[in-house]
Design a protein. Sequence first.
Length: 435
Amino acid sequence: MMVQRPRGTRDFTPIEMKRRLALENLLEKCSRSFGYSRVQTPIFESLDLFTAKSGPGVVDQLYAFKDKSDRDLTLRPELTAPVMRMVADEMRVVTKPLRLSYFGQCFRYEESKKGRYREFFQYGAESIGIKGPLAEAEIVALALEMLHATGLEDWELRIGHVGILHEILTGLGLSDEGEPESEVQSAMRLLDKGDWQGLEKMIPAENIPPLQELADLDGGSEILSAAEKILSTLGIEGNSLEELREMLAALNDLATAPPSLKVDLTVARGLDYYTGMVFEIQVDSLGGEGQILGGGSYRLLHLFGLADLDPCCGFGLGFDRVLLALEAQAAAKGSEEIVPGENSSNPLAVIPFKIPASEVLSLVKSLRVNGQEVVVELKSRGLGKSLSWADAVGASHALIIGPKDLESGTCNVKNLQSGQQVECNLDAEAILASL
RNA sequence: GCUGUGAUGGUGCAGUGGUUAGCACAGCAGGUUGUGGUCCUGCUAGCCCGGGUUCGAUUCCCGGUCACGGCCCCA
């Protein structure tokens, strides 16, 4: 190969694109059913947008560049910040709450491997201008319905609440202030990793066991009562636990249950801007890159002067990883179909046999006008080869028109699966009726 | 960022320090001038890139590139 595709990028052939479009359509359908509307933002943005959100350190992982007027730009590494910018730029006066969905490629300069690409695709949803347990439940419910719709079977939803952690850690005397990272943030990071030795340096030793007990809680919403007891032994009183309880109850009503649900109060998502409920969806069989979705309640709009709309709630779905999981699942089950409905398109293959293809063009047009997908055999080959071609392009039926047919005003419609063939009149209506 | 494995037609695999580098599938053409997914024949097409060792390297060595895996990280 003379010119190679850049590292971490992929080409998508027609077969793959059919699959990807089917998945995108399926996700979009879920979004619409929840009242979310699609938006789109630029592939590149001002570098400032992402340094403001994630700090100057992110530049190392960006495809950042200067344009010919010396502006600092970057390919977008994610889509939440651009959507928030768009809300601030364009949608200040639009009725709230906003329910937005998006899909597109993002770029990160890092080591690529399976499930981790330098150009990758993210689907996501954000609700803006509404907060509280019901808004959070809606977002999680949308994520769950999406995954159910894909037909993926083996995955786990993990839900936590940064607010609870925050209440505990400030209650234990840790500071909420500080650059670049407050004590609370450092502690959350350690807690998320399970680094107890690190935590002992920040927190009185007698408080470590209850925290461990909290981290070890394993189960569904029933663990909330146990968590409540632990919090009271720590002398912490807060509203967050009750909010999480309400959120889980609402979720139970609003969405089909996930294959596995774990309430895990130490999920911190490693992000500084999350404020409330956080959640992740994990597919263990994917290995190291098994997180296929993540989100929660976060504060970002204050960066754009819209603090009154914070916190928002949303999630990003790793489009490529969901596909990998579906591919692995289909392979394990020996199933042909990877994304539901990916092969729903069944064109009619029109075969002009021993006649010029120009003889059938107006018929082809009228078939298409009537909503039929049509592919025309433009190569003159033997009838047998043409039928093979028709099969190869995914046609369900072949329409054979030869010299005798032109004379008699008939044609033959062959079902390529059954091999059955019927003769009918050479007009669009009769042909469509015989399919 | 660290580390392991690998790279041969479009795909999947053989193989070799030395003459034409094989096989299967796919593609194209024909065997069959109105019925396919069977069979037969032919054709197209390849040793990732750069350097080194050597009379000679696709093969051995080094570097790069890319892919896959394990840590780190993951807005």
